[in-house]
Design a protein around this ligand. Sequence first.
Ligand code: SAH
Length: 367
Amino acid sequence: MNLPTINPSPSTAKVPTTPSKKHLLDLSAEEIGDWLAERGHPKFRGGQILHWVYQRRVRCFDEMSDLPKSLREELESCFQIYVTQSDATVTSPDGTDKLLVRLPDGGEVECVLLRDGTRRSICVSSQVGCAMGCVFCASGLDGVDRNLTKGEILEQMLLLQDRLPEDERLSHIVMMGMGEPLANLDRVLGALSVAKDEKGLGISPRRITISTVGLPPAIDRLKDAKVPYNLAVSLHAPNDALRSELVPVNKKIGINAVLDAADRYFESSGRRLTFEYVLLGGVNDSEDEAKQLVSLLRKRNVMLNVIPYNPVSGLPYVTPTKKSIAEFRQTLERGGVNVKFRQRKGSEIDAACGQLRRNRGKQVSSP
Ligand code: SAH
């Protein structure tokens, strides 16, 4: 199989050079407090600033009307609240908005807002590109460029929150955009700690899901962080031979090590695990594969999320037929596995990660 080029290692991915102004969203409340104190301002102003940014959704310091004008000017000369530009926005009739976000160094990532009943879920990127090389995925076709900063991850959340009317709030976050969140774990955890904070976005960790290709040491580090985020593991195959073809990092890891790490996470967090399985026509959708999945998952307290493939132009994979999707489902349900077949929400706007970036110029429209 023709594998995409993979850059050496996500841990060596560069971070951008520091611009002349600091990105406010990179700083913690304490760091803002320290900055204020160093300049003779009361530390509590830090709470006011963050309230304006996360709850009142302002984009410039001048609108922070309860701060002294001189402080607003000082902040303006040292910090930027937003550093990105949303280059293209595509809105789908099913209530899904997708943003292509241009970073200060020209890199691009994608993020999505999904409206479903009262839910307002967002899907956020963690890296520019991806080093995991999953053969069916658009995000990793050119390898990884760099890790996103904490501020760049948070900024995607704010850009998507901005698309909601004032009386609507974000309810769920999935780290399922471009990149491998566990290869950029410190920054992802930094951003999520603001997302879950009452003074930040106020989203319960139980409504936040981190999706991973399955990197056992990083799953253990996430477990040790002791915050009950949901863990989703992208399985995509029930045996090592097939998984190593579809998810090349599996060659060095193996399904058993991934499942063991996921079990440890479950034992420690008490959160039911999710496994994701992208269903590729004629590749991983046979009855035999469904039966193998049953024996892997039946005894575990898991939800299996089956996602019919969203085709990527230039790649040879196809969505399975309705008949084979139904048969796959029946085998799993008869085998006693909790299974959800995910709707292809937003598929007409390329909601599978990495596709909007690849197709830019061909079909995007303005907000
Ligand atoms: N790197 C992480 C998170 C990003 S991908 C991970 O692997 O989990 C989020 C999910 O979307 C993964 O399960 C991924 O395999 C799936 N995905 C990627 N491309 C897809 C496509 N074209 N159609 C359907 N799902 C896709």
